[in-house]
Ligand binder design. Structure first.
Ligand SMILES: Cc1cc2nc3c(=O)[nH]c(=O)nc-3n(C[C@H](O)[C@H](O)[C@H](O)COP(=O)(O)OP(=O)(O)OC[C@H]3O[C@@H](n4cnc5c(N)ncnc54)[C@H](O)[C@@H]3O)c2cc1C
Length: 478
């Protein structure tokens, strides 16, 4: 069957940020591809309505208020807290009131056909939506991820909030228990604390414990300042919700914590259920294994992109994969060569070397690449340097009593940075400098000549490089 004998050239299942980008890049490739996208909920996906956008909108006003409170001159006139109704309204605005008209109009404007409903693989190159089966030369799965509820007795019956309920909430509970010390748990703990909830954060493991060790120390101190009761290393016996709505959490220490609401954020798994993966011989219990162009192993027509392939559960990284996959699909359908060498146009090499991510707590946590521990686990010959951000002139000016820390991890054998972590107020915008240094494999000796402006927080680069050691001078004898 030639490509024109199919209903479409490409069908994308899932119209989150990743699905939208696969479709867009395939269309943009300019080969007049006929592309359809299947969506069972809202075009725009989790990120737009229940994750990135609303959570950051809930956090941003608190950051601005605390920033003003940290400066002599702007702190004195502040007499009140946040206008909660205004923060919630701004959040709602960022989700377009949980309506996807704008995104649907965009799909229409770029020539991507929307099929509303639940997509399932009906066989090779075939997708069913309701009673209809559509065929396509290529199919891309971009169905995202779903939350995992830990097996705590009574928890499911207590109807806990997940991140969806928290980010779409129209009310701020007086007492909120957050279960989970990962990214979403810590962010939402800070968001609701700044909105006025008395927050208790319970974590079996730690706070962001996959980051450099100083991250959790600085974050725990900041959480305490914000009035968040952080309890690490807790075990859970059971959870009950009383008739009056009160949630009671019994810990394995015998202690009991009560709250008006419980938010569970203990991780997500690829959304591979009910997709018909078994029909094409794939295992629905795991993330879908793909090659560097996001082509599913053992097929020449099926792709899995974004959260669903488990490579990096982040919007920007999924969109990066989507750009590669969309263009690779278009190239293959046109019989054009695919550039799949490392760092080529059609691969997502950065997934292995330079995944940046920001945790929008206060202080922010921004990191990219490998931590020192991860680099050593890989057997790399590394040296790491740290510096106190509070000693940098630009940071001192930015906030009175600025608290923060930064670390570079250097691969000694290649003389390049392979990991960077910044913790402090407004460090998110610093992160891309480190991402560029890592992806560009800029030699440390050359980084010395990338002069940060004075007085900015970026001078942390100078201090870290000084801590690492000046480049060797070449003498006549050399
Ligand atoms: C609270 C929270 C905050 C976050 N904050 C950030 C952040 O600040 N920055 C960041 O980079 N990442 C963040 N993330 C992660 C980010 O949300 C995900 O990485 C991103 O949404 C993944 O995009 P995706 O397109 O792969 O999946 P999704 O956004 O989940 O989209 C998948 C789409 O597929 C649809 N779908 C699923 N199954 C089917 C089917 N069978 N048929 C048809 N449609 C289907 C869904 O309805 C959905 O619209 C956050 C996550 C959470 C939970």
């Amino acid at each position: 069957m030639s490509a024109t004998e199919y209903d479409y050239d490409l069908i994308v299942i899932g119209a989150g940020p990743v699905g939208e980008n696969i479709a867009d890049y395939a269309v943009r490739a300019g080969n007049d591809l006929r592309v359809a996208i299947v969506e069972s909920e809202l075009v725009g996906g989790e990120c737009s309505y229940w994750a990135c956008m609303p959570s950051k909108a809930l956090l941003r006003s608190g950051h601005a208020l605390r920033a003003a409170r940290r400066l002599a001159g702007s702190k004195e006139p502040i007499t009140g807290g946040l206008d909660v109704a205004a923060v919630l309204a701004r959040r709602t605005e960022f989700t377009s009131g949980w309506k996807d008209d704008g995104q649907v109009a965009w799909l229409d404007s770029v020539g991507i056909e929307l099929i509303r409903g639940r997509g399932r693989l009906a066989g090779p190159r075939a997708v069913s939506v309701g009673d209809r089966v559509y065929t396509a030369a290529a199919v891309a799965i971009a169905t995202g991820s779903v939350p995992v509820l830990p097996p705590i007795p009574g928890l499911a019956e207590a109807a806990p909030w997940g991140t969806r309920e928290a980010t779409e909430s129209q009310l701020v509970p007086t007492r909120l228990v957050v279960v989970g010390g990962g990214v979403a748990g810590t962010e939402l703990a800070f968001a609701f604390a700044s909105l006025g909830s008395r927050v208790t954060l319970l974590s079996r493991d730690g706070l962001l414990d996959r980051e450099e060790p100083f991250v959790s120390e600085l974050l725990a101190a900041a959480a305490a300042d914000e009035g968040i009761d952080v309890r690490i290393g807790v075990g859970f016996e059971r959870v009950d919700r009383d008739a009056d709505g009160t949630v009671r959490i019994q810990l394995s220490t015998g202690a009991e914590v009560s709250a008006d609401e419980i938010l569970v954020s203990t991780g997500r798994r690829p959304n591979t259920g009910d997709l018909g993966l078994d029909v094409v011989g794939l295992d629905a219990r795991t993330a879908i294994a793909v090659d560097e162009t996001m082509l599913v192993a053992g097929t020449d027509w099926l792709y899995a992109v974004g959260d669903v392939n488990g490579r990096a559960l982040l919007t920007h990284q999924g969109k990066y994969q989507a750009r590669a996959a969309g263009e690779a699909i278009a190239a293959r359908l046109a019989g054009e060569p695919v550039d799949d060498a490392p760092w080529g146009a059609h691969v997502a090499t950065a997934d292995h070397a330079a995944v940046p991510h920001v945790v929008f707590t206060d202080p922010e946590v921004a990191s990219v690449g490998l931590t020192e521990a991860q680099a050593r686990e890989r057997g790399l010959d590394v040296r790491a340097v740290e510096y106190d951000l509070g000693w940098v002139a630009g940071a001192k000016l930015h906030a009175d009593g600025y608290t923060g820390r930064a670390k570079l991890v250097v691969d000694e054998s290649r003389g390049v940075v392979i990991g960077a972590t910044f913790v402090g107020q407004d460090v998110a915008e610093l992160l891309h400098s480190a991402t560029v240094a890592i992806v560009g494999e800029v030699p440390i000796d050359r980084l010395w000549h990338a002069v940060p402006s004075y007085p900015t927080i970026s001078e942390i680069w100078l201090r870290l490089l000084e801590a690492y050691g000046r480049p060797q001078r070449v003498t006549a004898a050399d």
